[in-house]
Ligand binder design. Sequence first.
Ligand code: BTN
Length: 265
Amino acid sequence: MDAADLSAEQIQACLKTRVFAREIHYLEETESTNSEADRLASSGSPEGTIVVADRQTRGRGRFGRSWFSPPGTGLYLSMILRPPVEPAASHYLVLLSGVACARAIQDLCHTSVELKWPNDLQIRGKKIGGILLELSADHKGLRHLIAGIGINVTTRREDFPEDLRQSVGSIFTEAGIRVSRSEILCRLLLHFENRYFLSLTQGPSAILTEWTQLTTTLGRMLRVSYGGQVLEGTATGIDADGGLLLRLASGLTEKVLAGDVTVLD
Ligand code: BTN
C-alpha cells in the first residue's frame, strides 16, 4: 500500500454517506487537518465537510503533543461538526468517534480494536490511533467542533521514532493487515454519520453503551492526570456525557471529563 491508496477520487468511489464528505478537501500536505478544518468552519463550510491529508507537518495530539504524521501510511482526517448542543454536552462525540473508528477497522480487518478512555484506539494494547476534538464557542454557545482522527494504518515498526515504539503501533504492525486508507475512511464516515444523527435525535445513550462494549478501561485501576491534579481510583463507568466515573480509595466517586490515563493494574 502506498500513497496511491488515498485520493479524493478513491474516497468518492467508496463513499456511502448522505451528509458527511459532500465537501472533501484532500491535501497532499498540510500543517494540521484540524487547523485547516477550523479555518474552513470559521468561513462557513457546512457540517460534514472533511479535510484529509497524506501527511501533516505539525499534526497535533492532545495536551499540545505532536502527532507523528508521515506520508503514505497514516490516515489524518478532520470533520466539521455543528451539533445543536451546549459545549458541555458535546464531550460524548470523542467516544462516538472512537466507536466509529473501531467498527470501521473491525469490518475491514476482522481484528478487534479496544478503546481506552477517552480517545485512544488500541490493538493488542498498542496505540494505533487517537482522536482530538476541538471546540469553538462564544457567549452564544457552540460555533463548531472539529473532530480530528489519526490512525496509523500501514506504518512499519521501524518507521516510528524510537521513543514511541514501545507504546505505539499501526493496524499493519498489530494485525498484520494492509488496508487502504480510503476504504478505512469511507467505512469510518458511514459509521460516524449513522451514530451522529441517531445521537442528535435520541441522545447519546446507545453510543455510550456501544462504547462500554469496546473499552478496556472500565473496571481497571487508573491514575488520571489533568491540569496538575492527579486522581487514582477504579473506573466504574461513564456518565450520560461520556465523563469517566472514578471510585477513589476514600469511597467517593469523582467524574473526570478529560485527562491522561495510566492503567495501574
Ligand atoms: C491524541 O491521541 O493525542 C489525538 C491525536 C489526533 C491526531 C489527529 S491527525 C488528524 C487531526 N489533525 C491533527 O493535527 N490532529 C488530529
